[in-house]
Every structure is written in C-alpha cells, then in structure tokens.
Design a protein around this ligand. Structure first.
Ligand SMILES: Cc1ncc(COP(=O)(O)O)c(C=O)c1O
Length: 338
C-alpha cells in the first residue's frame, strides 16, 4: 500500500522514542514518549511533518510564496516561517490574538525567520480564515505565486504525514521489543489525530488514540472536520481504507478555560514531566495532553503501555505571558525566593 507522498526532509533525523521510567513508576502505567519536540528551534514539533509533504507539493506547483494563519502563539506558523526561510520562499503570516500587546516567543521567531506579519487582532478562527483569503487574493493580484496552508497546516495531504508517523512509531517500538496500546497527543486543527487514526487503520491495529483538544471552536463542526481530514488523507494514500466517525476519540475535558488558558492538572503535568523526566511540556498544548495522560492513568482508565506523543511547542514556556503563570502555579517554584 503506497503510504508515502513525495516529501522534503526538513528534520534530518527520525525523532526518537524513549521510555519514561520515572513517570511510569509514579503513575503505575508504562509510559513512553515520541519526541517530535526535538529538532532545531524553527523546525521542531508536529507541524514539520505536515510541512514536509505540503511544501513538496508547493514546489511541484512552482509556488514561491507561502501564506498561512494562526494565533501569535502558533507553532505551526513559526515552523512554516522557518521552512520558508530554509527553502528560499517568501512567507506571509496572518496572526490573531494580539492582546496583550507584548511580543511572544513564536512571534519573535516568525519575524526573525523573515516572514511578513499581518497582525489582525482578536478575531475568531473563522474570521481569521476569511482575512487570510483576502491576503492571498491581494498577493495574487500582485503577481505572487501563492501556496496557502490553512490553520495548523490541517489538510488531508498534511495528515498523511501522521499516517506515516504511526508506522514509524510502530517500527521503532518493535525494534525496542516493546508494544503500545494507547497514544495520547495534543489536538487542535486535527491533522495529527486524523493521520494517526489513518495509520492505525492501515496497520489494522486496535491502539486507542486519544486526542486532547486544546483550542475551542476551531471549526463549526470539529469531529466532522477531523473525519473529513482522515478521509481526504486516506483517499490520497490508502483509498481502500474506510474511516468511520467512531474511529476518532477527541476530548475537550482538559481544555480548561480555553486555548492558552489555565486548566486543571496542567501545572502539575508541567512539573512532573520536568522533575521526573527532564522533559518540557508547555501550558498551551502538550501540558494539557500530559495532564490528560496523568489524570486517566490515576483513574486507571488508560490501557498501557502508553505513548505520549510530544508534539513540540516548548517555546510557549518562554513567552512573558506564560513564564510568570507557570512560576506562580507550580508550588515548588512559587516558594522560591528570587
Ligand atoms: C505543540 C502542538 N501540539 C499539538 C498541536 C495540534 O496539532 P493539530 O493541529 O494537528 O491538531 C499543535 C498545533 O496546533 C501544536 O503546536
């Protein structure tokens, strides 16, 4: 079964899997991590996999200008800006969520990577998509050959990279002489989840794949769009595979007050991952996925061995907005005298 669309290699290595012995002992469940967070500052995280196939397509089409959208905190736009720089493409980013007015880590990186930034204020995701379409029309009218990526690089094509990633994990775990029953990952625009679900279907496995939703109202119909992404991906690489709505498992239980806002368990998750494993999870994305893993392990509703798919994004820890919040909410840090 052809699983691989043409792709550029933007990472240069296969992200490792590693057992998290001390966390496993703490939780009483065998936990592993798939370290997609590793890589250079610009090109780390789950978005790079999607960019590898999307930008191969952009090149095939002769595009010279990449346009995409997201929050100012977005890892997807930061990775897109870095990839565009590395490939010699122009890049325009349309970014919302600009309150408070302080610069944030990913915004600094977007600018350093040379992207043209369009800051459009605190508008909804749906309005952001419309504003981005307007920017694309404007650039095309100026003669630019644009390749547009939607929010989070969420396309069926991008999702195929995570079907491939599922196979990669499966092979790595087998090489370690280990198995896995559950994958837990942070989820927002959906192509990570859609791709993993497709990868599992291709393998014929019964792994539980739990997508921990970290952003509210990304689409009018979130499960519907996720399913569409999985089906579009299947149509590209495995057309005989059928994906039903029951293949998806996404939960908003750990979203807390919303995207980038506090949620129960997130600071404890940041603390435990750091203190027990030397691994950084952030308050916006992976901290919520880790909180879900910890909570479900403690409730004994998580079948092990579990793979925590670390999707990257540690840069958010160093945004002024988050540094003080993390410091103030991890009890052992709060007690430190500065
Ligand atoms: C660190 C991190 N984890 C998870 C996600 C969610 O991935 P997806 O958009 O494929 O659902 C994102 C992107 O929004 C991210 O930056």
């Amino acid at each position: 079964m052809p699983l691989d669309l043409p792709r550029l290699d933007l990472r240069g290595f296969v992200s490792p899997v590693q057992p998290l012995h001390r966390l496993s002992e703490e939780l009483g469940v065998e936990v592993w991590a798939k370290r997609d967070d590793l890589g250079s500052v610009g090109l780390a995280g789950n978005k790079v996999r999607k960019l590898e196939v999307e930008l191969a397509r952009a090149r095939e089409l002769g595009a010279t200008h990449l346009v995409t959208e997201g929050s100012r905190h977005s890892n997807a736009t930061r990775a897109a800006a870095a990839a565009a720089a590395a490939l010699g493409m122009r890049c325009t980013l349309v970014l919302c969520h600009d309150e408070p007015k302080e610069p944030v880590g990913n915004l600094l990186l977007d600018a350093l990577f040379g992207a043209d930034l369009r800051l459009v204020g605190d508008i909804s995701w749906v309005e952001l998509a419309q504003r981005t379409s307007d920017v694309v029309a404007e650039l095309e009218a100026d003669g630019e050959h644009v390749y547009r990526l939607p929010i989070g690089s969420a396309t069926g094509r991008g999702a195929t990279s995570f079907a491939r990633a599922y196979r990669e994990l499966d092979e790595q775990m087998a090489a370690e002489g280990a198995s896995f029953s559950t994958i837990v990952h942070a989820s927002s625009a959906g192509s990570t989840h859609a791709g993993l679900v497709l990868g599992r279907a291709i393998k014929g496995a019964d792994t539980r794949i739990l997508g921990v939703v970290v952003a509210e109202n990304v689409y009018d119909d979130v499960p519907g769009r996720y399913l569409q992404l999985a089906r579009e991906a299947a149509a590209l690489v495995a057309p005989t595979i059928e994906i039903g709505a029951d293949a998806l498992e996404i939960t908003e239980q750990y979203l807390g007050e919303g995207y980038g806002k506090p949620a129960d368990g997130v600071y404890e998750a940041i603390d435990l991952m750091a203190r027990l494993e030397g691994i950084v999870v952030d308050p916006v994305y992976t901290g919520k996925a880790a909180a879900a893993l910890i909570d479900q392990a403690r409730r004994q509703t998580l079948r092990g061995p579990v793979v925590f798919w670390h999707t990257g994004g540690y840069h958010a820890m160093f945004d002024p907005a988050y540094t003080s919040v993390v410091w103030g909410n991890v009890p052992r840090l709060r007690q430190l005298e500065l």
